[in-house]
Design a protein around this ligand. Structure first.
Ligand SMILES: NC(=O)c1ccc[n+]([C@@H]2O[C@H](COP(=O)([O-])OP(=O)(O)OC[C@H]3O[C@@H](n4cnc5c(N)ncnc54)[C@H](OP(=O)(O)O)[C@@H]3O)[C@@H](O)[C@H]2O)c1
Length: 287
């Protein structure tokens, strides 16, 4: 059973250790420590947990991480001003806007992401950096898809010619993955709530990437023998974290699987730290 696990926690630790060394050398060279500003609007408990995890990991690898906490009733203009301030602050190298935003601001999310300077966009969600994916440029790609690809590569999972089925079409997960998988010559199918006969897609998947926010959405009856499963979701059931896959139930039938927790979550945070270092290098002009 152990050799079926795609251990994101362990791989993230390896990435973080390597990054810590790179940051140390860069700081020795420049005398400047990388600084990431996370903008957190409101008091959503899940967002607070995620921000604290990111903050802690950044500190561990040597990134000075600050959290700009804003009232949930801040106006659209007020939040735009805060983003602008961070854009114009030369001591801040990277900016992250924690999503989702509160109800009153949610509809403007694309405008806020566009406002973040593309050269400080640690989350890879600014339209300029998203657009670069069209040219298969992943330098500042979104953290979760980047983490998924790095995990597959680490485990030598060849994507060429594979049928990869993604159940999710969000900007954070499904859409960036399309380009990253095409780059590696996979055949990509995207499923969502309007997909007809979704089980036909699930059945043919060599690699199944699922992020639907529904515990036990994927069971052994739905999958092909030998499928590799990437479970992206972080659902909370009776206080415990779980993904969208009925883990114990599919374990025997699948070839490999990411656990929740300990799979894509830590990889996402590791990729955020990597992106924060990338934007820092841009700001301080080192390669
Ligand atoms: N581990 C991490 O670091 C990390 C990072 C990012 C996200 N996540 C997790 O990933 C999950 C997805 O996040 P998100 O922001 O992408 O969520 P989202 O915007 O709500 O997207 C969910 C997607 O699933 C599809 N979907 C929902 N129910 C479905 C069904 N019954 N059949 C087919 N498709 C269905 C939706 O289709 P429609 O488009 O048709 O609505 C949508 O494309 C969440 O659990 C989130 O916590 C984890």
């Amino acid at each position: 059973m152990k050799n079926k696990i795609l251990d994101g926690k362990k791989l993230a630790e390896k990435f973080n250790t390597e990054l810590k060394e790179k940051i140390k050398l860069a700081v020795e060279k420049t005398g400047i420590k990388p600084k990431l500003a996370t903008i957190l609007v409101g008091t959503d408990p899940a967002s607070k947990i995620y921000v604290n995890i990111k903050n802690r990991t950044c500190q561990e690898v040597g990134i000075h991480s600050i959290i700009i906490e804003l009232d949930e009733n801040i106006s659209k203009e007020g939040l735009m001003d805060e983003i602008n301030k961070a854009n114009n602050d030369p001591t801040i190298h990277g900016i992250l806007l924690q999503l989702p935003l509160p109800k009153n601001l949610k509809d403007y999310t694309p405008e806020f992401l566009e406002k973040i300077s593309s050269s400080k966009d640690a989350d890879g969600l600014n339209p300029f950096n998203r657009g670069k994916l069209f040219d298969y440029n992943e330098e500042l790609a979104a953290c979760t898809p980047k983490g998924i690809i790095k995990l597959l590569e680490h485990y030598d999972i060849d994507l060429k010619g594979k049928d990869v089925v993604i159940i999710n079409r969000s900007n954070l997960v499904g859409k960036p993955l399309i380009f990253m998988l095409l780059k590696r010559n996979a055949t990509v199918s995207i499923c969502h709530t309007s997909t007809k006969d979704i089980d036909e897609y699930i059945q043919k998947a060599d690699i199944l990437i699922v992020a639907v926010r529904q515990p036990k959405f994927i069971t052994k009856e739905r999958i092909k023998e030998g499928v590799i499963i990437i479970d992206v979701s972080t659902n909370r059931v009776e206080g415990k974290l779980c993904g969208d896959v009925d883990f114990e139930n599919v374990l025997e039938k699948c070839q490999k699987i990411t656990p929740v927790p300990g799979g894509i979550g830590p990889m996402t945070v590791a990729m955020l730290c990597e992106n924060a270092f990338t934007v820092y290098k841009k700001q301080v002009n080192i390669s």
